[in-house]
Design a protein around this ligand. Structure first.
Ligand code: 5AD
Ligand code: SF4
Length: 555
């Protein structure tokens, strides 16, 4: 073991002998190239090659020595480990479909796999650290010959591009968020030539619209990606650089996907996008000027006027199946115009639950973050939401210790949390990311101790408030969607209420409420159940089930 650690350390530290390591890793597994790359390929790729000569794929570059058969995985077993947000979970599902369509088999256990992909997140340094640690583990498996190919997908791939090959020599394939369609090609290139295969091009139009994500057959919930990318350029955020420009799928293709999911028994759909409510379907010639920015909010880009907006999409999606719950994430507060709020209010099946990332309660910090609003504008929006949708649960994201944040700034963040009283909150210590505006122009001058202290303080405050809110539900009834068996006991199930909180119920037989018949039925995943809330923590509710009830039967 000590010997292995020494080898591993050497692999990580010694960045100047990549070829030796690559040969070490691949010698046993790679078949001979039938007919190798020609001069044209050498010339085409030589301009982009790094010190390590990876094979950089550009979308229009044909690869004559790779034919249809070479693209086939012939049943090779692939495991994908996902890090980060729901977009990454959905990207893994899209990638799984791409690979399955090319003859690869997806497995749930890494020990059964010969190819391993990591779907990565680059939003904070600690998200990246987890991936580098996992790669150390994988290296052992590769050196032992258990794994033949390792691929890095998603945001770290996009952030570091071929630099990754210097940092980690045992990676074979690198694919950014817009390159998953190319994975069969990248796998074949690497298998056949032994070269690292890379595609990190960002696209203006890739939405994977025609690819149905792979989800488990018994899944009660599903993600539907409706747009990709972000144009907001918040000064701390790497996302616009790793995920590229905003682009939206056509309404028809989204509605069709939701219909298919409804037909296959899915009971809840979450519409996904980095900036989900900034959705704008430009495939139609419409001059839709009905939706505008929330008053007091501004953008770094010119206001857009054409296309079908989020309110129109949400309305169409909600109409697909009145017994299917609709959620969406992650939104930006600027795009919660009244039109969107009216659609949420109109449909019983759109959850009254809005994520409203505030990031900071201080106007100075908000301005440095380039969020495009003041605390006053944000609080006015909260009032408007509560006026139009009185029982709406709000959640938020907070960054503590952003450049120049003082104790007084932090107090204003504490204050905004006390004023809004969020049902849930995600709290992060600021992590400076290369390429962002803050990296170039601001100083990361809050010590990590202070950042952690501030994160702990607002996390505790959020839990205290959430516990108070949850206690107020005790003795009240809610409708929950049962998702699965509880992890702690087979005699219990868990579901979620509209606010997306976990609700634990015993697995029992209860009446079915239906106008035409009365019967009894055991509770199972996929059922909507009316429950009586009996106990709670800050993040979970415990309840007694009363009856099965259809979502469409809500008053
Ligand atoms: N440091 C800390 N948190 C960040 N987020 C985005 N970028 C950073 C960063 N550099 C947080 C924001 C965002 C959430 C998804 O991640 O709160 O809303
Ligand atoms: Fe990042 Fe801001 Fe875009 Fe959200 S809106 S992804 S925080 S740049």
């Amino acid at each position: 073991m000590i010997k292995y650690n020494r080898i591993l350390n050497k692999l990580f530290v010694d960045t100047f002998r990549p070829r030796i390591c690559r040969r070490l890793a691949s010698s046993s597994s790679r078949p001979q190239l039938k007919s190798g790359p020609d001069l044209q390929h050498f010339l085409a790729t030589s301009q982009t090659n790094s010190i390590l000569d990876p094979f950089v794929v550009t979308r229009n570059l044909p690869i004559p020595y790779i034919n249809e058969n070479d693209l086939n995985g012939n049943g090779a077993k692939v495991f994908i480990r996902t890090y980060g947000c729901q977009m990454n979970v959905n990207d893994t599902q899209i990638t799984s479909t791409v690979l399955k369509n090319s003859g690869y088999e997806l497995v749930d256990d890494i020990n059964d796999a010969e190819i391993v992909f990591l779907m990565t997140c680059a939003i904070r340094e600690n998200a990246e650290t987890k991936v580098w640690n996992k790669l150390k583990e994988l290296s052992l498996l590769k050196i032992n010959g258990k794994i033949k190919q390792i691929g890095l997908l998603g945001c770290i791939a996009e952030r570091l591009k071929t630099e990754i090959l210097v940092k980690h020599q045992l990676i074979d394939i690198i694919a950014g968020p817009d390159s998953y369609r190319d994975l069969p090609k990248l796998l074949a290139i690497n298998r056949m030539t032994g070269q690292n295969a890379v595609n990190v091009l960002l696209s203006f139009d890739e939405t994977y619209s025609d690819i149905m994500p792979t989800i488990s057959k018994s899944s009660v919930t599903a993600f539907v990606s409706i747009m990709r990318g972000c144009d907001n350029m918040c000064s701390y955020c790497i996302v616009p650089f790793t995920r590229g420009r905003e682009r939206s799928r056509a309404i028809e293709s989204i509605v069709n996907e939701v219909k298919q999911l409804s037909n296959s028994g899915v009971k809840e759909v979450t519409l996904l996008g980095q900036n989900v409510n900034s959705y704008r379907d430009l495939s139609h010639e419409s001059n839709n000027t009905s939706i505008s920015l929330v008053p007091g909010f501004k953008t770094v880009y010119k206001p857009r006027l054409r296309g079908f907006t989020f309110d129109i999409l949400l309305d169409e999606v909600a109409k697909v199946d009145p017994n299917m719950r609709i959620r969406f994430t992650s939104p930006h507060p600027k795009d919660f115009a009244d039109e969107v709020l009216h659609v949420i209010r109109k449909h019983n099946n759109i959850c009254n639950c809005i994520h409203l990332p505030v990031q900071s309660g201080s106007n100075q910090v908000l301005a440095r973050m380039r969020r495009g609003y003041t605390r006053e504008a944000y609080l006015a929006l909260v009032d408007r939401i509560r006026q139009l949708i009185p029982d709406c649960a709000l959640s938020s994201d907070f960054i503590c210790g952003f450049c120049g944040e003082t104790d007084d700034d932090h107090k204003l963040t504490v204050d905004i949390m006390q004023k809004v009283r969020y049902m849930s909150a995600f709290t992060f210590a600021y992590s400076m990311r290369q390429r962002t505006h803050a990296f170039h122009k601001l100083s990361d001058d809050v010590s990590s101790d202070v950042k952690i202290q501030r994160v702990n303080q607002i996390s505790q405050l959020y839990r205290d408030i959430a516990l108070e809110i949850n206690k107020s539900f005790i003795g009240k009834q809610q409708l929950i969607l049962i998702e699965n068996v509880s992890k702690k006991s087979d005699n219990y199930l868990y579901g979620r209420n509209e606010a997306n909180l976990k609700v634990i119920v015993p697995k029992v037989v209860i009446p079915v409420v239906d106008q035409n018949q009365s019967s009894l039925k055991l509770i199972e995943a996929g059922d909507y159940v009316r429950v009586d809330i009996q106990d709670c923590t800050a993040i979970t509710l415990m309840a007694k089930p009363i009856c099965h009830q259809k979502l469409s039967h809500l008053p």
